[in-house]
Design a protein around this ligand. Sequence first.
Ligand code: FNR
Length: 184
Amino acid sequence: MSKKIAVLVGSLRTGSYSKQIAKNMMNLFPEGYTPEIIEIGDLPLYNEDIDTEESTPKEYTEFRNKLADIAGVLFVTPEYNRSVPAALKNALDVGSRPYGQSMWDKKPAAIVSVSPGAISGFGANHHLRQSLVFLNMPVVQQPEAYIGNVTDLLDDNGNVNEGTKGFLKSIDDALVDLINRFDD
Ligand code: FNR
C-alpha cells in the first residue's frame, strides 16, 4: 500500500513561494509514496480550555485524523521574524495534544525553509527543528534544505529548473530513506 506523506506548508498566502516549492517536491517522490497537503489555516489557535475530553473543535479532530495514517511529514515553510509562522507552530501544537497522544510521535520528517532573501529561512528551519526534537520526530539531517533567493528559482508557472529539481528530489529521497529506516 502507498505510504502517505503529510505536507505542511507554513504559509497561508495564495501565491506562496513555499507552497510552489512544496508542489514541485510532491511531484518528485518515488512510486509508493503519496504526498498530500494537510491544510493548517483553519485551525483555531490552540487553547486547552476548548480541547477537553468532553468536547474539542471539529477542526482539531479533523486535523488529527488526517495525521493518523501518515508515514512521514514534509515541512516547507517561510521564515517570519527569524522563526516559523504562527500558523505552523499552532498546527504542531494542535497535533501534539491531548497529552500522551501526539500525532507526531516517531514520525520521520524533513524540513525545507524558503525565502526570497539570501539567509534562506535558516532561523525558521532551526526553530522548527528544535520543536521536532521535543516531539520525538527523527528529522533528515543531510542534505540540509535552505532555499534562498526563491524567486530566481521559480518560473511563471511555479516550476523549478532541472538543477533545483535534482536537489529537491534528494530531500524527498532522504525522507523516504528515513521512513524506511524507522519502519517496523
Ligand atoms: C517575513 N519575511 C521574512 N523573510 C525572511 O527571510 N526572514 C524573516 O525573518 C522574515 N520575516 C517576515 C515576517 C512576516 C510577518 C512576513 C509577512 C514576512 C518575508 C517572507 O520571506 C516573504 O514574505 C515570503 O514570500 C513568505 O513566504 P511565502 O508566503 O511566499 O511562502
